[in-house]
Design a protein around this ligand. Structure first.
Ligand code: GLP
Length: 240
């Protein structure tokens, strides 16, 4: 794993934004794996800025998103579908037909998971997967468990994740308790992985990433088995 240390959230976002923009400049038809949560918002702002400055076009890019709550309507402002439109897609020239996000309003979740996994398999493969990380070390919604899933699946959220994500909802009762998420295998198939970590609350997770153990109880540590992972960590996350 390559660790890039930086001063703060803004610096992390600038470095990550540049990596994403360079990726698309080098390969205009890149397949990007995208993430939600508060962590990548600054990176998305940098990507939008680069597009608005005429530095890059996202016209031929395809995207897959890590996860989506289940069940949730696309029009719900807490859905990841809504989040991606608000924070990135509606500000750049991406072709809307090239965007894929697990459908959180599908009636048949099993069929939806199979469709999503197949769409990724039939694509040329994700060139770079962006990841945030939960305070408990989850990636996507692969929560700490003895046995993790390989492929896209329906999962229950742990109480700690429900609590962490409740800050975006009017009340904790409104936080969905399930989600559709790429599995660990789907994530690990990406050619490159970019992990963004900011803030004191992620310090424990950073300590585990820097250690030499891997555990399904801290899913992000399994990325140590991938050959091309860059982790960008700010001082608060690094020092605690
Ligand atoms: C959610 C998402 C994750 C994200 C995590 C951390 O649970 N499913 O993909 O990494 O939250 O969010 P934040 O970046 O807001 O700390």
């Amino acid at each position: 794993m390559k660790i890039i240390r930086c001063k703060d959230y803004d610096e992390m976002s600038a470095i990550a934004g540049k990596i994403m923009v360079d990726q698309v400049k080098e390969k205009p038809d890149s397949i990007l794996g995208l993430a939600t949560g508060s962590t990548p918002i600054g990176m998305y702002k940098k990507m939008i800025e680069a597009y608005k400055n005429g530095e890059v076009s996202f016209k031929n890019v395809h995207t897959f998103n890590l996860d989506e709550y289940y069940k949730i309507e696309k029009t719900n402002d807490q859905s990841y579908y809504y989040f991606m439109n608000e924070n990135l897609f509606s500000h750049i020239d991406i072709d809307k037909n090239n965007i894929d996000i697990p459908n959180g309003q599908a009636d048949d979740y099993q069929a939806e998971c199979e469709r999503y996994e197949k769409a990724m398999e039939e694509s040329a493969g994700i060139d770079i997967q962006v990841l945030g990380v939960g305070v408990n070390g989850h990636i996507g919604f692969n929560e700490p468990e003895e046995l993790l899933y390989e492929k896209t699946h329906l999962t229950g959220l742990t109480q700690s994740t429900i609590e962490a994500n409740s800050r975006f909802f009017d009340s904790i009762d409104l936080v969905p308790t399930s989600a559709l998420t790429m599995g660990m295998g789907s994530i690990m198939k990406a050619k490159k992985i970019l992990v963004l970590i900011s803030g004191k609350s992620k310090h424990d997770v950073v300590t585990k990433i820097l250690g030499d153990r891997m555990s399904t109880q801290t899913p992000v540590t399994l990325l140590k088995g991938h050959h091309d992972v860059t982790v960008i960590v700010d001082d608060e996350a690094y020092n605690g």
